[in-house]
Ligand binder design. Sequence first.
Ligand SMILES: *[C@@H]1O[C@H](CO)[C@@H](O)[C@H](O)[C@H]1NC(C)=O
Ligand SMILES: *[C@@H]1O[C@H](CO)[C@@H](O)[C@H](O)[C@H]1NC(C)=O
Length: 254
Amino acid sequence: MAFFIFKLLLISVVTELAYSCRPESSCQQIYKQSVAPVSGEYQLCTPTFINVDVFCDFYDGYGYTYISRESLGVLQTLSQLYTNKSNVVVRHRHTNGTQRGVEIAPLSEFSNTYPISVQLSQAVGFKLPLNAAMQPYIYLGFLPESYAKSTTKQGYQVAGVDYTFTNCDSNPNSYLAFFTNPSNGPLNDYYTRCCMTDLVGAWVTKATDTPLKHYLPKKYFYDFEMHMGGCGGYVSSGSFPTISGAAVGFKFVV
Ligand SMILES: *[C@@H]1O[C@H](CO)[C@@H](O)[C@H](O)[C@H]1NC(C)=O
Ligand SMILES: *[C@@H]1O[C@H](CO)[C@@H](O)[C@H](O)[C@H]1NC(C)=O
C-alpha cells in the first residue's frame, strides 16, 4: 500500500514537472505543429523541464531560433536550437530601434573543413574571448587555434562574400561572441579605438533591414565582440555608438 501511494506521488510529481513546461523542445517542432506558423516569442522546454524564452523566426520551410539573454544560463547546450549550424544570422539593433540582419558563414574554402563552431560559455579548441568573464555567452568560432595561429589567409563570409586578411603575427583570434552579463563587465573595450576594419565591421555594414514582423524584443540582443588575428581587426559593442546590441539566430530546416 505504502509503495502504491509512493508510486502515485511519483507519477503526479513527474506529470506536474512535464506540464510545468510546454511540450515542444524546439522552434522546429512548433513550426511542424502549426498550420500557419507566426514568428514570435515562445517558451521551449529543456530536457530537464525548465522553460526557456526564445524567438522563433519562421520563413518558408526553415527558420531561426534566438534565445533571450535571461534564458541562456538555463541551457546546458545550444544544440536543441538548430538543425543546421553552418547557417547563422546576426541581427543588430540601432539605438533608434531599427533592426538589420545578415547571414554569416565560414570562408568558402573552409565550409567543409571548419563549419562554424557553436559553443556555450567556452571556446574549446579556439581562442577565448577577451570578455569571457561576462558569461554566460554564445561563442561562434571560425578557425580553430591550431589553424589560426599560422600566418595564412583567414576570415569569414558575410552574405555570401568572403572577407579575408593575412594573419600578421600568429594571434589565433577567429571568433564572434555574444555576452549576457554586463555585471561581470565592464566590457573590455581596449581595442575599440584602434581596430575597426571593413572585415570585422562587415556583418554590420552589409546587413539589410529586417521586416517589422520579424523584429526581436530587446531581451534577445547581447553585448558582443569580434576578434580576428593578428591584423584582422577587433570590434565590440562600444565600437558602434548607434548600435545597442546584437542577436544571433540559429537555423533549423523543416
Ligand atoms: C545545411 O546548410 C547547408 C548550407 O546551406 C546545406 O548545404 C545543407 O544541406 C544543410 N543541411 C541540412 C541538414 O539541412
Ligand atoms: C536608425 O539608425 C540607423 C543607424 O544610425 C539609420 O541608418 C536609420 O536610418 C535610422 N532609422 C530611423 C527610422 O531613423
